[in-house]
Design a protein around this ligand. Structure first.
Ligand SMILES: [Zn+2]
Length: 119
């Protein structure tokens, strides 16, 4: 392994170590946060959620939610709400001190319509 130059501050960093500068530390924390956010999304919206009595969302929707969570973690978005199939709503919010909150909610409604002219 060779020493590398930190892309945030330009300092030479010893091989196998992370730079101590704020930019580098923030990047490391953000990457960890993204991994955990993806796990949380899998638990709340993926196959796992069946055991809590919820319907899992589609694979594409999971990928989209993870991208949104990445953007919140990277501070591109403060908050976003995604409407998924089946009336499922996902809210991803950046909380105080840079936390990422993920919330699932859904409105269940049943409705029947009987036409006036139906026989
Ligand atoms: Zn640095």
């Amino acid at each position: 392994m060779e020493d590398k130059v930190c892309k945030h501050c330009g300092q030479v960093v010893m091989a196998g170590y992370d730079c101590e500068c704020q930019g580098a530390q923030m990047e490391i924390r953000t990457e960890k946060q993204k991994v955990k956010a993806h796990e949380a999304i899998d638990i709340l919206f993926g196959e796992h959620c069946k055991s809590d009595g919820y319907e899992p969302v589609s694979e594409n929707e999971l990928v989209t939610l993870k991208k949104l969570a990445d953007n919140v973690a990277e501070r591109n978005l403060i908050s976003c709400t995604a409407l998924l199939g089946g009336g499922i709503k996902a809210k991803i919010v950046r909380g105080s001190e840079g936390s990422v909150k993920i919330e699932r909610s859904e409105s269940k409604k049943t409705q029947t319509e009987i036409g006036y002219w139906s026989n």
